[in-house]
Design a protein around this ligand. Sequence first.
Ligand code: G6P
Length: 607
Amino acid sequence: MCGIVGYTGKDDAVSVLTSGLKRLEYRGYDSSGIAVNNENKITMVKASGEINNLVEKLGEKTIVGCAGIGHTRWATHGAPTDINAHPHLSNSGRFAIVHNGIIENYIELKEELAGKGFNFESETDTEVVVHLLEYYYEGDVRKALMKTVSRLEGSYALGVVCSEFPKSVFAAKLGSPLIIGVGVGENFFASDVTALISKTKNIIYIEDGEFAEITPDEIDVFDCTGKSVKKSVSRVVWDIEAAEKGGYEHFMLKEIMEQPKALKSTIEPNIKDNKIHFEGLEPLGEKIKDINKIIITACGSAYHAGYVGKFVIEELCRISVEVDLASELRYRNPIIDEKTLVVVISQSGETADTIAAMKECKERGATVLSVVNVVGSTIAKLSDYVIYTWAGPEIAVATSKGYTTQLAVMNMLALWLGDHLNKIEETEYNELIEAIRSIPERAQRSLDLNAQMADFVKNYSHYDSVFYIGRNIDYAICMEGSLKLKEISYVHSEAYAAGELKHGTIALVDENSLVVAPCCQESLFDKMMSNIKEVKARGANVLAVALENNHKIYEEADNVISIPETHPMFVSVAEIIPLQLFSYYIAKEKGCNIDKPKNLAKSVTVE
Ligand code: G6P
């Protein structure tokens, strides 16, 4: 969703801002714009559609200036038009601002400001902010900004320029992501590290409620009383190559292929002396004996990873695990107390619903453990404990390595919890840890299917309805496989627990249906064979995913994708990879915009 970037230094602000915005494209957007401060005059250019439209418009003008702000907008309040695009300019032209988040009380503020004579141009919630700034301005931008945000309800990451301070850019954060990039003779801010990685690896993470005034040589972070806050500079561990396609046609394929490496980076540092060891989690290891329930909450694919987590944790720890969509959990009255462990899963660490659900759980006394990919993100900061997935930056909107590294953590967490609860015998533990160690290699072997997948999917690209059916972990994999297909290829698909089909959905199954049936749980194989027979009897074409030594499956399935022999409890990673590839090549066959599917955003920072 919306991305913001700010720059002040010695270089041409237009080119720094547009290249930063291009790196934020992956977040999802439908218009963009920049405002540059030059000799006490702000010049603003905005365009609906792709950033290239903005670049084209910019090419028609000469905009000189070394400080400015930029924005990619994912429309919420008002259509994706040029006028609604950010930045927004105050009536006097003194201020321009960009905003990520939602101003919930904008209607009242708009009425108030209109009553004071301010003229509104857009339909956005954001525009009230720039008029408030103008209203409160008495020569001190910092004071005006502090007063302005004290009037706002909702969430924001704000970037501000003021014509009277041509070298400064200002920022404020509450509930939406914002980081500062530290350069030499130049400084930056942005929604995330990806926008800045080609310029600097030195980052200051600012907290909710903090502000910043940034000039080429100075960064002053201050609180709501105006008092400076001492901040440390962190170094980003990944390189620019991680955020580039590196010869692949799409980021998604690159990220799919990077999974063995990402899994290795996520698993290996957490195994010491043949035991799972999560650094910093020791106090939780003690506390876990008092926990009587685990709730896993997340959105999208992270929720699907949580579903796998439920199966493995319940199996190994014999403790009850509920999996809840964050958008549902936050609006019910969940039974949560000090004896509940809440596991929050999020690649970005910035998903608005997940953050809200987590806050709700904390208020009720739960201990919160998060599984997050982005260091310094809001969820990581608000949790009691964090386990990082080390997937590196994920640019394609549809997650792949972000998700499988979450699966790896779920598997490791189950083993770690089971060990701390004394539920696992030594021999079994040793067998399971070996299985976890082998996940990256099994992932690599699943990826070997890539060579034939492009041709293979040609048999399937004409289907416009696909059902994914499975049981237990296989069912959790169906949810993710089905989501992958629909989000990037726009093919209608649904995931069903195989036993549930006959309670209604089988009415839709006929000779025009493709049924994808992962069957990697040996103990449930016979049940799956019966379900496959049921859909075959209605004419469906069945594509199974099975372990390589399973020959029986060929008796019923029309076609089989074989994956490497793996411990059934930890098969999820090897099992989802062919389904990621399947969706990718179907989408490619259909000519879809794979890295940036329509209507979707990578990081859903609004409700
Ligand atoms: C969006 C992304 C999904 C992701 C979900 C949750 O919908 O497109 O790929 O699974 O958000 O995001 P999170 O960053 O919290 O894992």
